[in-house]
Ligand binder design. Sequence first.
Ligand SMILES: Cc1cc2nc3c(=O)[nH]c(=O)nc-3n(C[C@H](O)[C@H](O)[C@H](O)COP(=O)(O)O)c2cc1C
Length: 160
Amino acid sequence: MRSKKIVVIYHSQSLGNTKAAAEQVAAGIRGAGEFEAVCLNTNDERVAPAVLADCAGAAFGTPDYFSYPAGGLKVFMDDWLIAQRGGNEDITGMPIALFLTHGGGGRAKEPFEGLLQRVGPQVGETVDIKGAPGEAEAEACRQLGAALVREAEKFLAGQG
Ligand SMILES: Cc1cc2nc3c(=O)[nH]c(=O)nc-3n(C[C@H](O)[C@H](O)[C@H](O)COP(=O)(O)O)c2cc1C
């Protein structure tokens, strides 16, 4: 049974840049309606894909590590595909929002989108941030969270 909950799953390890972006996405979710936002850092724990089962939407964030999504988020996606192939259909189909931080290259964006778009339809564009989010980037993250809430409301309504 899905609830008015959106999970923000991200990896942040070296500077806290992606964590700062995740907190702004969560602020945008909380500010846009009656949705609870739960933030989980894959650097702190191995996040089980089952967390998606009661969510109406999900946001995913990664730093660019060697032009690829961070290992913790890749492990999440490995676990997600194995669970999905094992018959867990509750972990797919909800709207998703994506954000990325990088040091100036940012070539992880394409593989990041390719991996995460398997989970569900993407809301808007990936928010792409060089370094730590400044006020403009923080606002873009909050807007992304708000846009995700609008799609999550439609998704919940369609679930009957
Ligand atoms: C191991 C490692 C590899 C990195 N590789 C890249 C890279 O290929 N391209 C890039 O633009 N930035 C790269 N960076 C910079 C990070 O993407 C950037 O500092 C990011 O904001 C760090 O996020 P975090 O503080 O949440 O861990 C790398 C950083 C680390 C620690």
